[in-house]
Design a protein around this ligand. Structure first.
Ligand code: SF4
Ligand code: SF4
Length: 389
């Protein structure tokens, strides 16, 4: 019998976390006399900050079964899909797919999407796309674990995920073998306790095919080889694109197919009333995301923004740009248009979005010096994620 798990993670920030989980699965399976392999789907490519990436673990009873399973391009019928950041439930996009891939696309019918989140399964289902079969969503309570480039932030997310997998897919690994490899690999009894608590506490909810986000995921077709031009021809993109109804304003030229919304864990919310039109955000945004509005304001385009937070950091006006957790939004609607339609309603919307520090305080990497120390102290005080009661 074979089984497989895919871990979907934020490139670079969660790379070590993804690897530790899939490696842990294989080591635990070996304890049970099985064979297995873990590998990164994009390990040989330039993995980039925040871009969704994957690590797989495949486990089988025999070498032959394992080889048969690995003969396909990638495991596409996974028993468990792990999302170690709940914003990935909106779908994942990378250069390897043509559009947005639903988080449950490679989960087998009856399989489970396991998410680390402080949201409930019902809340997560607003984002997870519908599937043609029954599946499950499971939650381990906790915020997304971001380790940054070189630091590994050990908040026990790795072993908590392993404990939950033992509960959800015991034919892949059993709790006893997970505990045994944690002792061997990490030599930490507290981590064993965390895995066991996660095994006991993971919340699972069945999902029917008519439940979940009904939206059709964004997709596009690449040119077929016979449609390509001879030689190397890359059509240029105009520097300015005229947006309809935006006379006097314009959109900077952008790649019309590669959209970056799934890269984002946070998005900027702009207060157009306090904005002084100083142009700094527009100049500094590394992805040229700001559309120039007819009134001379700058509107972050939500199909282009990768959520890096540079605009918030450089804006000289207090609270004029605030980065807010992506989970607080259900669409990619333009903020300036909303403001133009009803400034008072926009103000109320903006105030509500930025006031909730639970959702605005979230690490998507490190935005300022000392942030890691602050977060570590906060986690230690709140016991978030670690095995305390
Ligand atoms: S967060 Fe701000 S600076 Fe970064 S890509 Fe988005 S709009 Fe640009
Ligand atoms: S940096 Fe701030 S104040 Fe300046 S244009 Fe951008 S939003 Fe307005």
């Amino acid at each position: 019998m074979t089984g497989s798990v895919e871990v979907v993670y934020r490139g670079i920030f969660q790379k070590h976390l993804g690897q530790r989980i899939t490696r842990g699965i294989v080591l635990a399976a070996w304890k049970e006399g099985k064979v297995g392999i873990s590998f990164g789907r994009y390990g040989d490519s330039p993995e980039r900050n925040g871009i969704p990436a994957k690590s797989f673990a495949v486990v089988a009873d025999t070498e032959e079964e394992l080889q048969a399973h690995l003969s396909r391009y990638e495991p596409n019928n996974n028993d468990v899909t792990v999302a170690v950041d709940d914003t990935l439930c909106k779908g994942v996009e990378s250069w390897a797919w043509y559009g947005l891939q639903p988080i449950n696309k490679l989960t087998r019918p009856g399989g489970t999407v396991l998410v680390t989140s402080i949201q409930t399964p019902e809340e997560l289902l607003k984002d997870c796309h519908r599937k043609d079969a029954e599946w499950n969503v499971a939650v381990i309570k906790g915020t997304a674990s971001f380790s940054g480039l070189w630091v590994y932030k050990d908040d026990h997310t790795d072993v908590r995920v392993l404990g939950a997998i033992a509960k959800l897919a015991p034919h892949i690994v059993k709790l006893e073998s997970v505990e045994a490899i944690i002792r061997e690999e990490w030599g930490d009894e507290l981590k064993v306790t965390s895995a066991r608590k996660s095994y006991d506490r993971v919340v699972v909810r069945k999902v029917r095919p008519d439940e979940g986000n009904p939206e059709k995921p964004y997709e596009f077709q690449l040119l077929k080889w016979w449609e390509m031009k001879e030689g190397l021809v890359i059509p240029g993109i105009p520097v300015r694109q005229q947006a309809e109804g935006w006379e006097g304003g314009y959109r900077p030229g952008r790649n019309p197919t590669f959209k970056k919304f799934s890269t984002r864990t946070m998005r900027p919310v702009v207060d157009f009333e306090t904005c002084t039109k100083c142009t700094i955000c527009w100049l500094q945004c590394p992805d040229s995301c700001f559309d120039v509005t007819p009134t001379g304001h700058y509107d972050a385009n939500m199909e282009a923004c990768c959520g890096c937070g540079v605009c918030e950091a450089v804006c000289p006006v207090k609270d004029c740009i605030t980065m807010v957790n992506e989970q607080a939004f259900e669409d990619n609607a333009g903020q300036f248009e909303m403001h133009q339609k009803d400034p008072a309603a926009y103000k109320a919307w903006l105030t509500e979005k930025i006031k909730d520090k639970v959702i605005t305080q979230r690490s998507h990497g490190f935005r300022y010096r000392g942030q890691y120390e602050e977060e570590a102290a906060h986690m230690a005080n709140s016991g978030d994620g670690v095995s305390g009661d």
